[in-house]
Design a protein around this ligand. Structure first.
Ligand code: SF4
Length: 473
């Protein structure tokens, strides 16, 4: 593979007028948003973004460092970038532990932590100085209020993640995010509303609100107001979502704790203001395991909350994630989780076997569960949930649903779409035949004709006109 060719320099400075940067983005949607911010800043600075190691003068790797397999994947990605290109700047979650990176890859140019856009920019400017143009340096940044600059997006044009807060105030024993990212820091409501409106004006049809705990949004700001379109909006999830719903796009909430005020969000769903979908990571149902995880609640309180939500919006799609084989989990605890799932009949479930996170407090807990026991429990859980999912999806056969088209399918005229109940990448799909005129990003009405464990199948009846309450640019 070719090493980067240095561009000609001018005068006595090492600065050049253009340089090419490659980018590798790993991790969850929250890391994806950080990648988008870094890429937007690189482009605003005048760097060209390229898709291949060969073309790049330097590669930025945004890492994930949450669980051991993610650490290994990140270290492998850095190694590949070093082999293929040679000049590598590392950032992201794993960057919070530079000693781990430098022990394996001492030749990286710099290491910065998560969401440290300025740190990455400083490292890139240092390694690849650019002559600053008096014109580009006067451009507003993409995050400026009312800015029309288009930031770089790593999602398709028709949906976007909007990170409403960084950090986390909880102290789950298996997690080091609060150590890595610090206490929660929310963005002012007005900033988020400006960004949401700009995204919708430029073609976004679905906004996915994310944070480590979205329902705690604004606590750190003491719910202070900020001015949007001449009125004051409180930094509180209910107020933020109520305002954002006015824009007329699909709004989806992820990573929600079941605080009492979430019921008010479900009332907004009942009023058709936001998608009837809640992603509520519960991690377990046994109170013993939840206390060891330093998490609240238990099967009874989870079930009561779910009953309340369903009494308000019966077809709400509920997603949750669970950890199987946490230290000290007995067969009885695991059975409590299965019993909970059988009664709760959640729509979507993600489950993982427990895996140590370096420096997490849970590493000190006794009662490690053998790997084969973890795997066997995970298989039982997934078999139960597959049956529940199959039954719930079969009940939709014969109905008509709205879906947003993400992609074209394998067959001529086939599209892969998502209903109100499906988030990108983590949930199921709606696979539908069309007359060939449907495009990616269209909202369509689908007649559901069949189903399996995770997906729905049908045919498109019509394209739904898209009329957001935001003028399109
Ligand atoms: S809520 Fe718990 S699992 Fe989620 S980021 Fe905070 S500490 Fe980690």
């Amino acid at each position: 593979m070719s090493r980067p060719t240095l561009l000609p320099t001018t005068g006595t400075s090492d600065a050049r007028t253009s340089a090419k940067v490659g980018f590798v983005s790993l991790g969850c949607p929250k890391a994806l948003v950080d990648s988008e911010r870094i890429l937007s800043s690189l482009r605003a600075d005048g760097y060209d973004l390229v898709g291949g190691y060969d073309e790049a003068d330097l590669v930025v790797v945004n890492t994930c460092g949450f669980i051991t397999p993610a650490v290994e994947e990140s270290l492998d990605a850095i190694g590949e970038a070093l082999r293929e290109n040679g000049r590598v700047v590392v950032t992201g979650c794993l960057g919070e532990r530079p000693e781990t990176i430098l022990a394996r890859h001492p030749q990286v140019l710099s290491v910065t932590g998560q969401a440290d856009v300025e740190g990455v920019m400083a490292a890139v400017r240092d390694a690849l100085p650019l002559e600053r143009s008096p014109f580009t340096t006067l451009l507003p940044t993409a995050s400026s209020r009312g800015s029309t600059a288009t930031p770089v997006r790593l999602t398709p044009r028709h949906y976007a993640y909007l990170k409403i807060a960084e950090g986390c105030d909880h102290r789950c024993s298996f997690c080091i995010i609060p150590k890595l990212r610090g206490l929660q820091a929310s963005r002012p409501a007005a900033d988020l509303l400006f960004e949401a409106r700009r995204l919708i004006a430029t073609g976004t049809k679905e906004l996915l609100l994310i944070a480590q705990d979205s329902s705690a949004y604004g606590n750190d700001l003491r719910h202070a107001t900020s001015e949007f379109d001449g009125r004051q909006v409180r930094a509180h999830l209910v107020d933020l979502v109520s305002e954002m719903a006015e824009f007329g796009a699909w709004l989806r909430l992820h990573y929600v704790y079941p605080y009492p005020h979430v019921t008010r969000l479900v009332e907004l769903m009942a009023a058709g203001r936001l998608l009837p979908y809640l992603d509520v990571p519960q991690q377990h149902a046994s109170e013993t395991v939840l206390r060891a995880m330093r998490r609240p609640g238990g099967a009874r309180s989870h079930l009561d909350t779910i009953r309340t939500w369903r009494s308000i919006r019966p077809d709400i799609a509920l997603r949750s994630t669970f950890i199987v084989g946490f230290p000290g989990e007995t067969e009885e605890d695991f059975q409590a989780l299965l019993d909970f799932l059988a009664e709760a009949r959640l729509d979507r479930v993600g489950a993982f076997t427990y895996s140590e996170v370096p420096e997490a407090d849970a590493n000190l807990l006794p009662g490690l569960v053998a790997e084969e026991v973890k795997a066997e429990r995970l298989a039982r859980l997934m078999a139960l949930q597959a049956r529940i999912s199959r039954e719930k999806l079969a009940a939709k056969v014969g109905t008509e649903i709205e879906a947003l088209v993400d992609d074209y399918g394998d067959l001529p005229g086939e599209v892969v779409a998502r209903s109100h109940g499906d988030a990108p990448d983590i949930d199921g799909a709606v696979i539908a035949m069309t007359d060939g005129t449907v495009k990616i990003g269209d909202v369509v009405r689908v007649r559901v004709e069949s189903s399996d464990d995770h997906d729905l199948y049908g045919s498109v009846g019509a394209v739904v006109p898209w009329r957001p309450a935001v003028p399109q640019w």
